[in-house]
Design a protein around this ligand. Structure first.
Ligand code: AMP
Ligand code: MN
Ligand code: MN
Ligand code: MN
Length: 307
């Protein structure tokens, strides 16, 4: 299906998802709030999505569903369809991979234990990251990261990045990742994350759809990205993000071919974290014409396709 057969004037009466990727501007299935490393509280994020004209959204905080209840209340008020979700950290062949769990059924199953495990992993990991950064000159790294987080939520690398900037060890967060926290650097601690197969199993047990997040952002060659997609399909993954924020059109078309060949559904999202930058809810590269089926046509998500 290529043609967006959905007439614009009926949209106001019965908001629903289009049946193709073409002309999609009102769906964003990847965003963060203060429940993880985003800047807006869940309710404010939903309000912003509403102001920007989104009809469907997913809140995908890292390894937690803590923001979903507040977001769901705000979404009900604003008349936006919210898909409960989380972005799970895991490892595959030494790489830190993210899998978005879209959870339309409201079940939790093994994912409940999984999220407890993720929170524990974050605690231990933060201690390891802190001790490594202390050796590299950041005194009291854990306490500094906690101050930057500004709440009791589990710590992430962005909190350490902010602490490194605050302490004057780097000029900005991008440099903090480049020098200390990014892939292959001392603060890139992955050992505590579950394997790809485990998080996909948790998602299946919760009646959700497992979506491989931002496949173009792992620094993988095309061939290795293909192996990752194969592994993901093998363990029960059903979808991947065809669009994540702004990405190169040629790479997107190539990724679409990789998804088509494996029968994966396609998702899309901004990966929005904070206002004031280039990204905003619903802001992302336009989806290409492709035979990849939008993830909202997955049988588990049909309840979200019409009011
Ligand atoms: P964590 O979940 O603790 O592993 O932290 C990963 C998060 O750090 C990602 O979700 C991004 O929000 C952020 N991040 C990753 N790489 C960078 C980068 N190069 N510059 C700024 N933020 C980044
Ligand atoms: Mn993040
Ligand atoms: Mn991610
Ligand atoms: Mn994300």
């Amino acid at each position: 299906m290529i043609i967006d057969s959905f007439p614009a004037d009926s949209r106001a009466d019965t908001p629903r998802l289009p049946d193709t990727f073409c002309e999609v501007q009102d769906v964003d299935l990847h965003m963060h709030s203060t429940a993880s490393d985003g800047v807006l509280p869940p309710g404010e994020l939903v309000a912003l999505c509403h102001r920007r004209g989104l009809t469907h959204m997913a809140l995908t905080d890292h390894d937690t569903l803590a923001g979903v209840e507040e977001a769901a209340q705000a979404a009900a008020q604003a008349g936006i369809r919210l898909i409960p979700a989380t972005e799970l950290s895991c490892q595959w062949r030494g790489a830190n991979i993210h899998v978005v769990a879209l959870l339309p059924r409201g079940g939790i199953g093994k994912l409940g234990e999984g999220l407890i495990r993720q929170a524990q992993a974050r605690v231990i990991r933060a201690e390891v990251i802190a001790s490594r950064l202390e050796k590299l000159g950041l005194d009291n790294a854990l306490a500094r990261a906690r101050v930057q987080a500004g709440s009791e939520r589990p710590l992430g690398r962005p909190d350490f990045a902010a602490a490194l900037v605050e302490a004057g060890l780097v000029k900005d967060r991008a440099s903090a990742f480049k020098k200390f926290l990014g892939s292959g650097k001392p603060g890139d601690v992955k050992a505590h994350w579950p394997f790809l197969s485990e998080v996909v199993e948790w998602i299946g047990d919760a009646g959700g759809v497992a979506v491989l997040a931002h496949p173009l952002r792992y620094g993988l060659t095309r061939r290795k990205r293909g192996l990752l997609l194969d592994a993901f399909v093998d363990v029960g993954g059903e979808a991947a993000e065809l669009i994540s924020g702004f990405q190169n059109a040629d790479l997107t078309r190539d990724l679409a071919r990789q998804l088509e060949g494996r029968g994966l559904y396609g998702s899309l999202g901004s990966d929005f974290h904070f206002p004031g930058g280039p990204l905003a809810p619903g802001a992302m590269s336009p989806p290409p014409r492709t035979d990849v089926t939008p993830v909202w046509l997955h049988p588990a998500l049909t309840g979200f396709s019409a009011r």
